[in-house]
Design a protein. Structure first.
Length: 94
């Protein structure tokens, strides 16, 4: 389980707390490779995420893009998202 203490888990500075941890565990689970991140900037199809490892550039996966029907389906600044590191790049996938 992740430690939500601000000194050891930088996302606490972005609002991550026990309630978000419980929601994450119930939705994504502990065994998933996805990690939590908060959208802190958005420009066209590129997002900047605050993650437990620091800031990271991210792009929307094709599957996500295919399922999205309108702009409101996409992440916005302030949203929490699930991200994974792409195996062939430093860019994260939402």
């Amino acid at each position: 389980m992740r430690d939500s203490n601000a000194s050891s888990f930088p996302l606490a500075a972005w609002g991550w707390d026990d309630a978000w941890e419980a929601s994450w565990s119930a939705t994504v689970g502990e065994t998933a490779s996805a990690r939590p991140g908060r959208v802190i900037a958005e420009r066209r199809e590129e997002y900047r995420l605050a993650t437990q490892d620091g800031e990271r550039v991210a792009h929307i996966q094709g599957k996500f893009r295919h399922r999205a029907q309108t702009r409101i389906d996409y992440p916005a600044v302030g949203d929490w998202v699930a991200w994974e590191k792409a195996s062939d790049s430093e860019v994260a996938r939402i």
